[in-house]
Write a protein that binds this ligand. Structure first.
Ligand code: PBG
Length: 326
């Protein structure tokens, strides 16, 4: 393929030629919009660290989801913000089932995913039961399983454990099956790293840990082989979809996981990845739309089937106008 016989630029001459040889398809049907729900009515509370994102009451959540669905986004993932927190995460059984019921009633075709984690509902802000100052893995599993069953009972189409306890996929699978939810898929946050990119989310979900950090259960960002072990475990335990999270700084793992397992794969384009672009765009330093679309394309190119992103509705609209224009 020596120059001048081969000239890479021949196929870059026009938009039509570039489209003809484009390797990566980006479409709204792969997108999942994360939404934050809390008690109340007509509540649309802006999240300071995530401009353009809101904590929503159920009525407003339904409107937001309807808007996204109309734009072409097929799925949402729900995070609950409870009024009260305790040491048993009882709030996990409150607002999210209510929201899932309302969404399935108003928008039966929308895919409703329920995030399964305890941090938002725990007074200490950790993802599991705390005993003697430590997160107790096995004491946490029944609570996660109970929440997952409550979400499936409420009509959630998929449950998505994000806690990083060992054995939680098996525990949730067994509990779902016992409760008659044999057909409810599990999307596990299989390789979830202890990441500073979650900073803005913790304001959104009011879920920052009150002591210590999450490094005893979330992964060390230095480890790639371990991520493959985590994914293998979750698949063996029955995960239908596995996830790598965060997305942008972990695309090597997206590629390795897809190549190794060929399993349905999601990436979570997390809050920090969103907020840093929004902040730069607000300063006029970056073109938000161009950067976001470039990121989405990179996630797909690396091997992601599904993209969880706060830009889901925007991306769906941007893609629709791009298609109309070409
Ligand atoms: C809860 C959870 C977190 C995120 C998704 N589920 C935060 C955390 O683990 O601290 C982060 C999402 C984001 O940053 O957008 N366990």
């Amino acid at each position: 393929m020596n120059f001048p016989l081969y000239r890479s630029r021949r196929l870059r001459q026009s938009a039509a030629l570039r489209a003809l040889v484009s390797e990566t398809e980006l479409s709204a049907r792969h997108l999942v919009l994360p939404l934050f729900v809390r008690e109340g009515r007509r509540l649309r509370r802006p999240i300071g660290a995530m401009p353009g994102q809101f904590q929503l009451s159920v009525d407003e959540l339904v409107k937001e989801a309807a808007d996204a669905f109309a734009a072409g986004v097929p799925a949402v993932i729900l995070f609950g913000v409870p009024d009260r927190k305790d040491e048993r995460a009882s709030g996990a059984l409150g607002i999210v089932p209510k929201a899932a019921r309302a969404l399935k009633r108003e928008l039966p075709e929308l895919i409703v995913i329920a995030d399964v984690c305890l941090c938002e509902y725990m007074s200490h802000g950790h993802c599991g039961v705390v005993r003697g100052g430590r997160v107790d893995n096995d004491a946490t599993l029944p609570l996660l399983a109970k929440a997952a069953v409550a979400y499936a009972d409420a009509g959630a189409d998929i449950v998505a454990p994000s806690d990083m306890m060992d054995g939680r996929v098996a525990a949730i699978r067994a509990a779902l099956d016992r409760a008659g939810h044999r057909e409810t898929p599990i999307m596990s946050y299989a390789a979830k790293f202890a990441s500073a990119f979650y900073g803005p989310f913790r304001e959104a979900a009011e879920s920052a840990p009150k002591f210590g950090d999450r490094r005893s259960y979330q992964m060390d960002c230095a480890n790639g082989d371990e991520a493959l072990r985590e994914v293998a475990l979750d698949i063996a335990e029955g995960a239908d979809i596995v996830m790598v999270k965060p997305a942008l700084a972990y695309l090597d793992l997206v590629r390795r996981v897809k190549q190794r397992f060929g399993h349905p794969l999601a990436v979570y384009n997390v809050s920090g990845e969103y907020s840093m672009v929004r902040a730069a765009a607000a300063n006029g330093w970056l073109d938000e739309k161009a950067v976001a679309l470039e990121m989405m394309t990179a996630f797909r190119r690396a091997g992601a089937d599904i993209i969880l992103t706060y830009w889901a509705k925007d991306v769906a609209r941007w893609l629709a106008t791009l298609t109309a224009a070409s």
